[in-house]
Design a protein around this ligand. Structure first.
Ligand code: AMP
Ligand code: ZN
Length: 470
């Protein structure tokens, strides 16, 4: 597989550390609010990557954290604590908020056919792992204590800006929101590993540590959780593009300093879903959630298809008009698949040809829109229906667009419509027969009964009138 690597800025042949096995890490959600559909675009693309790796035979171990502590409103460790902000907004405790929005996140994922990672770990479960890693960094001289907090010293590194070729607009997202400079930092790019002197007096979640009671910084969570469940060598690290700096840059800094060797080989960054006004937001403008799309009557598989129609390394603009177009394309596709009926054996040679085409599309840096084109190529193919159904089912292991089940639903609903139309016709015929009998027009009554019999309908005369059944 060819995969674009943000760290080298090149498409590279993907080779995991261990043959046949892939260790994958995904930055999980900060559970202070619902995910917006932009967040979910990132998770959909990561889901396709994971499923494709499994499709081509890899054994994947995918780990995701849940950020339930330490993420401030600026990714550069300033501003309000996001979890605390959520708790205040809803007059609940931080842990209640975390539970509610973690459940909501996985419910959204399920609706969008996003598979659950193999390991899901809330940051609050791993405090001792963070402390161990921070202590390791202090022991090796990569960290210092100032003003009560523990900081990572970025000046100790030869190469800190791994992703600095990115568009400044994309990278600055976290830092731009910065409200104040932290005077304890020795260097502007230093970042907090452990907050002890919290400026948030009402901080709910605090733990004992060698540096006093406090809580971890956001970046240390992902490094420590990845190392805990994926080991010292990580194949692929995923996240939205805003995570590249400072979050992932800091993860590399602290992981490699702690481990003493190179850590992660491939960085997979998904570009943002934007609105016509720019950045998608949870507080400004319309808060675009999965439930909102459901309320508006959208089939969520159509939203998934909307995401797959554009490449993960291109920013995508959301509009209802664009989603409407995809929804129409999706229903038309389903109605075409619904016409297919099992009709014999699968033609293996043809199937292999189309499977290769599909796999080559995704194997070229996850070209999802080309993979969708393969669906149409199969529908047009000179092959029997069984082969087509086999291929669509096979592709859907990766695309997860419910192609077969939605087609079946569609067929059943069409049958139900035609059956209810037929019911009305039969009711009318039976009523006409009853009238003919009342009028003693036996010839007409017999004619109608024969017509009904020819359609497989039996009429029985009861004291309550004529009844019919198929
Ligand atoms: P958060 O819950 O804010 O930590 O973000 C969860 C994931 O969504 C991260 O991987 C972010 O990089 C990603 N993300 C944030 N905003 C967007 C967006 N507008 N489009 C796509 N992904 C995003
Ligand atoms: Zn992370």
């Amino acid at each position: 597989m060819l995969l674009y690597n943000s760290a080298t800025r090149k498409k590279e042949e993907f080779k995991p550390y261990t043959e046949g096995k892939v260790n994958m890490y995904t930055c999980g959600p900060t559970v202070y609010h619902f995910a917006h559909i932009g967040n979910l675009r990132t998770y959909i693309m990561e889901d396709v990557l994971e499923k494709y790796l499994r499709y081509i035979g890899y054994d994947v171990n995918r780990v995701m954290n849940i950020t339930d502590v330490g993420h401030l409103s600026s990714d550069a460790d300033t501003g309000e604590d996001k979890m605390l902000k959520g708790a205040k907004r809803e007059h609940k405790t931080v842990m209640e908020i975390a539970k509610f929005y973690t459940d909501a996140f996985f419910s959204d994922c399920q609706k969008l056919n996003i598979k659950k990672p193999d390991v899901i770990e809330p940051a609050t479960n791993c405090i001792s792992d963070f402390i161990k890693m921070i202590q390791g960094l202090l022991d090796k001289g990569y960290a210092y204590v100032a003003g009560g907090n523990v900081y990572f010293d970025t000046s100790k590194l030869e190469n800190y800006y791994v992703f600095n070729n990115f568009d400044a607009e994309d990278l600055a997202v976290g830092v731009r929101d910065s409200v104040s400079e932290d005077e304890n930092k020795r260097n502007k790019t230093d970042f907090v590993l452990w907050f002890t002197k919290s400026k948030f007096e009402d901080q709910e979640l605090k733990w004992d540590s060698p540096w006093g009671v406090g809580y971890p910084g956001w970046h240390i969570e992902c490094s420590a959780i990845s190392i805990k469940y994926n080991g010292e060598h990580l194949d692929i690290h995923c996240g939205g593009i805003d995570n590249a700096f400072p979050h992932h840059t800091n993860e590399i800094a602290q992981s490699e300093s702690y481990l003493g060797h190179h850590w992660c080989n491939y960085w997979f960054h998904v570009l943002h879903l934007n609105t016509s006004n720019g950045k998608m937001s949870k507080s400004k403008g319309e808060f675009l959630t999965v439930s909102l799309l459901e309320e508006k009557g959208y089939d969520l598989a159509a939203y998934r298809m909307f995401c797959l129609q554009s490449h993960y390394r291109k920013a995508q603009e959301f509009s209802y008009e664009a989603l409407d177009n995809t929804a129409a394309v999706y229903s038309k596709l389903i109605s075409r698949i619904a016409l297919l009926k099992e009709d014999g054996a699968v033609d293996k040679e043809t199937a292999d040809k189309y499977k290769k085409q599909f796999s080559d599309a995704l194997g070229n840096d996850l070209n999802t829109s080309l993979a969708i084109t393969c669906i149409y190529d199969v529908l047009k193919a000179d092959a029997n229906d069984s082969t087509k159904l086999y291929l669509l089912n096979d592709f859907d292991k990766v695309l997860s667009l419910d192609l077969i089940s939605k087609a079946e639903e569609y067929r059943n609903s069409q049958n139900a419509v035609s059956e209810s139309d037929e019911d009305k016709e039969i009711d009318e015929l039976v009523a006409r027969r009853t009238q003919a009998r009342k009028d003693k027009n036996w010839a007409e009554a017999d004619k109608i009964r024969d017509e009904l019999a020819a359609r497989g309908i039996t009429v029985t005369d009861t004291p309550d009138g004529a009844k019919w059944h198929r």
